[in-house]
Design a protein around this ligand. Structure first.
Ligand code: NAP
Length: 259
């Protein structure tokens, strides 16, 4: 007999940044396991509409997560639609590759506001609802935030390291309400974020570089990350909080402390 994975029907999940990439895969996967999905987007309206068209049960909600008022309004609309929120996935994120010494203030500020404050605002506004029945908060960090290195990612990495500390501290503060808080630290996955605007030769080069950096000689897919998010959202992980789960095929510089 095969064991069925936890059925999530009755749960409502908000995935921020779900118009493409990892967030889209998570919205689809949570929907597949029976959760009611609120998929947030900001700029990519058409892609969000496509997601809705392909998955009619998913509802889409526009908000810039770096703007607290927009986040508050979005949470209000989700409650009006679904009546509750049980799981939030703070996934919306941006990066700008830049050498530390070429510090670009506005790009850094954008990363900081979306990657960190976006998670802070979403969590703050969803908390009154999560507190009602307990819940799960999943922060999408990065293996860059735990110490792996790639050129130009230092400033991005410190926003993700902050998200990891937020995860640990919120686990400490929110356990009393039955709210679990965990982070996923994915390795390099092909999405608009990592390969957008690059030629196919450049993408092939990047892919073979990251394959060579993985103990498994492979790269992950958005679905690999999404399945871990579903696990962390479900009661199968009821005994886990405050954890950072790296999912990167075993990055060589992480496991061996060498480049
Ligand atoms: N891909 C990787 O290799 C990798 C590795 C480690 C960690 N991550 C992290 O995983 C998350 C998803 O990355 P991805 O690779 O899937 O990137 P992506 O394909 O570029 O998607 C990013 C998503 O974030 C949304 N977003 C950006 N700014 C937003 C804002 N202000 N408000 C609301 N949504 C916003 C985008 O929505 P709109 O386009 O609609 O604005 C989009 O849906 C990010 O936090 C990223 O840092 C990715």
């Amino acid at each position: 007999m095969h064991m069925q994975f936890e059925d999530l029907s009755g749960k409502v999940v908000l995935v921020t940044g779900a118009s493409k990439g990892l967030g889209k895969a998570m919205a689809v996967e949570f929907n597949r396991y029976g959760a009611k999905v609120a998929a947030n987007y900001n700029a990519s309206r058409e892609k969000a509409q496509e997601l809705k068209k392909d998955n009619p049960e998913i509802e889409i909600f526009k908000a810039d997560v770096s703007d607290r008022k927009q986040v508050r309004d979005m949470i209000g609309s989700i409650i009006a639609t679904f009546g509750r929120i049980d799981i939030i996935v703070n996934n919306a994120g941006v990066w700008k590759l830049q050498a530390f010494e070429e510090f670009d203030e506005s790009a850094f500020e954008r990363m900081w506001r979306v990657n960190l404050l976006g998670a802070v605002y979403t969590t703050l506004e969803a908390l009154p609802y999560l507190k009602k029945n307990g819940g799960s908060i999943i922060n999408i960090a990065s293996n860059a935030g735990v110490g792996t290195a790639a050129n130009g990612t230092t400033l991005y990495a410190i926003t993700k390291a902050s998200l990891i500390m937020l995860t640990k501290r919120l686990a400490f503060e929110l356990g009393q309400y039955g709210i679990r808080v965990n982070a996923i630290a994915p390795g390099w996955t092909k999405t608009d974020l990592t390969v957008g605007g690059r030629s196919s030769d450049e993408v092939d080069q990047l892919e073979s570089y990251f394959r060579s950096r993985s103990e498994l000689h492979t790269i992950g897919s958005p679905e690999d990350i999404a399945r871990l998010a579903v696990y962390l959202g479900s009661d199968y992980s009821r005994f886990m909080t405050g954890q950072v789960i790296v999912i990167d095929g075993g990055r060589v510089d992480n496991l061996t402390h060498s480049l």
